[in-house]
Design a protein around this ligand. Structure first.
Ligand code: AMP
Length: 293
């Protein structure tokens, strides 16, 4: 069997230190293999496994990372109760064809005396950047560290977190990090709800109402694609989301698909993005808006 045809070993090897990770990547490089990285916070679902499958198409070897990153959570947020399931995650990753799980501890990523931050602007401004001001700096820090630890050829992220994907593309370019960043369309449940580890926070009734966020976005996107003006379409979507039983709507906004700058009418590819609370769960979703004709 040639190295490129090798099947992932089962059970999945689990690496916990930068040294182990670098040794593994060096061995693959010596064998002439390419490497893909799939960063996650665990509690894996089909959306994450979609990233792994895409990564397998793009490289010979796939590393998934699981790290619930404290620097992207504010003190009042759900860092402590974020779902964690290492054994379940490892089994799912092995079944999706992942080769290695890298799951460093907090002290490995942020040793005593750690004193560095990354400041992000541009696509990090507004939207989730307003409601979770610490988040994208924390994401930039951890993703930069993971990129420099693994030095993969390519890394795959989900469009589910569209603003995050644009922030990652931006700082990867700005910092000359030699990693290709690839986005995967959002993987959804049969009723349209975007898969998310945080869907576990939804009660049964809430779960039944949650897909209305996606439906409202889709309806508004259709109106906007036909040349409709943003105010009317967004007001209609807001009402529909509120009527479905969502509480606070953090935002629902139309942005340029590439720069994420605000847009009032769609003349080039745009993105409609929203964040809203259903009970204790803050759900985010977004859809493309492609001008008709
Ligand atoms: P998380 O574990 O939620 O931090 O997400 C890790 C990666 O999985 C990010 O790149 C997310 O955008 C991606 N992801 C999460 N949910 C989905 C989904 N439903 N479809 C596609 N990608 C997703």
């Amino acid at each position: 069997m040639t190295p490129t045809a090798a099947q992932p070993t089962c059970p999945l090897p689990i690496l916990r230190t930068v040294e182990e990770l670098r040794a593994q990547v060096a061995a693959w490089r010596d064998a002439g293999l390419t490497v893909a990285l799939v960063p996650t916070m665990g509690a894996l679902h089909e959306g994450h496994l979609g990233l792994v499958r895409r990564a397998r198409e793009r490289a010979d070897r796939v590393i998934a990372t699981v790290f619930v990153n404290p620097t992207q959570f504010a003190p009042h947020e759900d860092f402590d109760r974020y779902p964690r399931d290492e054994a379940g995650d490892a089994a799912k990753l092995a079944s999706a064809g992942c080769h290695v799980l890298y799951t460093p501890g907090v002290r490995t990523m942020y040793p005593e005396g750690f004193a560095t931050a990354i400041s992000v602007g541009g696509p990090a401004e507004g939207l989730c950047g307003t409601f979770r001001p610490q988040m994208f700096g924390g994401v930039a820090l951890v993703v930069t560290k993971l990129f420099l630890q693994a030095l993969p050829d390519v890394a795959v992220f989900g469009e589910k977190d569209y603003q995050q994907l644009m922030v990652i593309r931006r700082f990867t370019r700005d910092l000359d990090i030699p990693v290709r960043v690839e986005g995967l369309p959002t993987v959804r449940e049969a009723d349209g709800l975007a898969m998310s580890s945080r869907n576990a926070y939804l009660g049964t009734g809430e779960r039944a109402r949650a897909p209305e966020l996606y439906r409202a976005l889709t309806a508004a996107a259709e109106a906007l694609a036909q040349g409709g003006e943003a105010d009317g379409a967004l007001t209609a979507a807001r009402s529909r989301i509120a009527e479905a039983g969502f509480g606070t709507i953090d935002y629902i906004e139309l942005r340029d698909a590439e720069t994420l700058e605000p847009v009032t009418r769609v003349t080039r590819p745009a993105r409609l993005l929203a964040a809203a609370w259903m009970g204790k769960a803050r759900l985010i979703d977004n859809v493309p808006v492609i001008p008709a004709g």
